[in-house]
Design a binder for this molecule. Structure first.
Ligand code: DGY
Length: 326
């Protein structure tokens, strides 16, 4: 008998077909919203789950679903899963690293350039029929080229963002839990390691690419925003909660920093509606990895992790190796 799995949200139909060759699939191609109770109910008797960050997997769920062996998240970030609780319950947890590095790095640049060069604001002006005459000072901004790019969180996506800066004649500074090996710094446009405060004071554009954890909660708040240059842009493509959104709104409103590009929000998909009152922020709905090839690759990788986990093989992206029993 094939092991049973739940796919919690709609995904590529061909990935459902692929999974169905290996496991018995209960899918949610109508994309119904499962609350916690419904998720637990549907997980009864399931050995695996194809998950994504819209659902939380915490201790009480593992206790209520004793047959669950694997939670495979279609995302590189996995702060929606209590990994220690999963490990204690013997449940394997996987994510989808690497396949999204370049696409997400592209999007970090998209937001940095759009926010710095006031693309949303000027487009709204044009669409509203307000453009009557060319002016020498229409939508003046800072430059991206030849500036200093600050990256907080220098993992694989951060390094991909840094590599792109070579063509823009930029200097790269970074902060990370640990300093990169010299050859990785060299490949990342000779990135220079700085302490957080020095980075915030030095960079013209700051991009956040670090994982969310209790330690990174509100890492960027009023105090840190005040350290940044008044001409600076802040980009968050990491996770909501790393930035104190209320403090960012206040900083954008008062001109503490010039602009922001924000793809992730505290409590998303709900977000602080005061953002909508600001012209100097570009807002997108968590689409950093959303190219067709990348989202498809993430879905297949999630399926491969799930199939491996339920067929006695080590999943390629196992986050809690202690749970694997060959
Ligand atoms: C990720 O992979 O973590 C992206 O943010 C999508 O959730």
């Amino acid at each position: 008998m094939k092991p049973k799995v739940l796919v919690t949200r709609e995904t590529f139909p061909e990935v459902i077909d692929y999974l169905a060759q290996h496991v018995e699939v209960e899918h949610n191609q109508n994309d119904e919203a499962y609350d916690e109770a419904e998720l637990m109910r549907r997980l009864q008797g399931k050995a695996g789950v194809f998950a994504n960050p819209t659902h939380r997997f915490a201790g009480e769920l593992f206790a209520a679903c004793p047959e669950l062996k694997a939670v495979c998240n279609m995302a590189v970030g996995y702060n929606n899963i209590d990994v220690p609780a999963a490990t204690a319950a013997g449940v394997m947890v996987t994510n989808t690293p690497d396949v999204l590095n370049e696409t997400t790095a592209d999007f970090g640049w998209t937001l940095m350039m759009a926010a710095t060069r006031r693309v949303s604001e000027s487009e709204h002006f044009l669409r509203a029929g307000q453009w009557k005459r060319w002016r020498y000072d229409d939508f003046l901004s800072a430059d991206v080229h030849s500036s200093t790019l600050g990256i907080i969180g220098m993992g694989r996506i951060g390094q991909a963002i840094a590599r792109r800066s070579m063509g823009f004649n930029m200097k790269v500074v970074y902060h990370n839990r640990s300093r990169l090996a010299p050859e990785l710094e060299a490949a990342a446009n000779h990135a220079q390691y700085l302490g957080m405060e020095e980075l915030l004071r030095t960079a013209d554009h700051v991009v956040l690419v670090l994982p969310y954890s209790p330690a990174s909660h509100h890492l960027i708040g009023a105090k840190q925003l005040a350290m940044m240059k008044p001409t600076a842009t802040l980009v968050n493509i990491a996770r909501g909660g790393i930035v104190d959104d209320a403090a960012l709104i206040a900083a954008l409103r008062s001109g503490t920093i010039a602009a922001a590009g924000i793809d992730v929000f505290e409590n998303e998909p709900a977000f602080n509606s005061d953002f909508l009152t600001l012209k100097n922020v570009v807002l997108t709905p968590h689409i950093g990895s959303a190219s067709v090839p990348t989202r498809r690759a993430m879905a297949y990788l999630t399926a491969d992790n799930l199939i491996a986990a339920l067929s006695g093989q080590r999943p390629p992206n196992l986050l809690n190796p202690d749970t694997f029993q060959p």
